[in-house]
Design a binder for this molecule. Structure first.
Ligand code: GLN
Length: 314
């Protein structure tokens, strides 16, 4: 199929694929361990696809606004790499999938050295957040927000105060992970200050268009889709995409690689960012999650699209 024929096909099929996937939401539930996320509409499902040649397609609840949660971890990793370089970042965090839940602390004590296995599990992402340059937590948060605004082209992007406060008040597990990292000398920065920046970047509000735009920048190896300017060095995007394949869907990353075959990152508010290298940036949201913390309907939709369009990179 030519690019044009592909686009015509996706345009015709997306509403049908979405309608079929929406009913899958009944097999999941919105996250509730962050109390504010429990109010999300369980059967919402939206998608946006942006093409490298500037076209946009949207379907379903594509303007539903949610928080990035773990999707933000890909970009805080990029920022930390841009601030510190590869060598310093990977002194503090590993490069391997865990096979455990995203908020597990099991392996931190089981294996030596006690650095987190990868930057996309919570322990790794909290460590990465501590590596973002800035004199104060406020400055670090501002730099994260500025980075997201630059990548999305949306100067109004910001975090949701209510979700942030909800997570901060209930984050006993993340707090224990962070204190453990501090005790192991993995975290050099102050625990509460680091967590504050982490909760804020997890609470950044976005819709499917924002996700698709972030995904398209990665699909274009760090280039601005409009101007072609380099926003992120290609090498760092390569690192981020490798982690998305091996760890992006938590401990369901292997299954997702087989069934969908695209670099992707999910968040517990139901968002999934996925990309077709060089061609498409995709944003999907469906708040009902499976037991691994991934959007049930969102994964179903990505699988349907990838199979129909033969998008798997493998
Ligand atoms: N803020 C969430 C947490 O730390 C992010 C987790 C996620 O999306 N998997 O628990």
């Amino acid at each position: 199929m030519t690019n044009e024929a592909q686009w015509q096909h996706i345009t015709a099929q997306l509403p049908l694929w979405l309608a079929k996937s929406r009913s899958e939401a009944q097999h999941g539930r919105p996250a509730s361990y962050i109390p504010e996320l429990a109010h999300a509409p369980a059967d919402a499902l939206g998608a946006v696809i942006l093409s490298a040649d500037g076209r946009k397609l949207e379907a379903g609840d594509s303007s539903y606004v949610f928080t990035l949660q773990s999707i933000s971890k890909v970009f805080t990793l990029l920022l930390a790499l841009m601030d510190q370089g590869e060598e310093r970042v990977f002194r503090k965090v590993g490069m391997e999938p865990t096979g455990d839940d995203f908020n597990s602390m099991l392996k931190l004590e089981l294996v030596e050295p006690g650095i987190p296995f990868n930057p996309l599990i919570n322990a790794g992402a909290i460590t990465v957040t501590s590596l973002i340059a800035g004199q104060t937590p406020t400055e670090r948060t501002s730099r994260v927000l500025a980075f997201f605004r630059e990548l999305t082209g949306d100067p109004a992007l910001t975090y949701n105060e209510t979700v942030y406060a909800s997570e901060k008040a209930t984050a006993h597990r993340n707090r224990s992970l962070a204190y453990f990292l501090k005790d192991n000398d993995v975290l050099d920065a102050d625990v509460e200050e680091t967590l504050d920046v982490y909760f804020k970047h997890c609470s950044i509000e976005a819709d499917c268009s924002h996700l698709a735009r972030l995904a398209l920048v990665l699909a274009l190896n760090g280039k601005d889709p409009h101007t072609g300017r380099e926003l992120v060095p290609r090498r760092y995007v390569q690192i981020a995409k490798s982690f998305m394949i091996t760890c992006g869907m938590y401990n369901a990353s292997g299954e997702f690689a087989i069934q969908v075959g695209l670099p992707a990152k999910s968040g517990v508010a139901g968002g999934i960012l996925a990309l077709v290298p060089g061609r498409y940036g995709i944003g999907v949201v469906g708040p009902a999650l499976n037991d691994k913390g991934n959007s049930v309907a969102g994964v179903h939709l990505l699988r349907t699209m990838s199979e129909a369009m033969d998008w798997s990179i493998f």
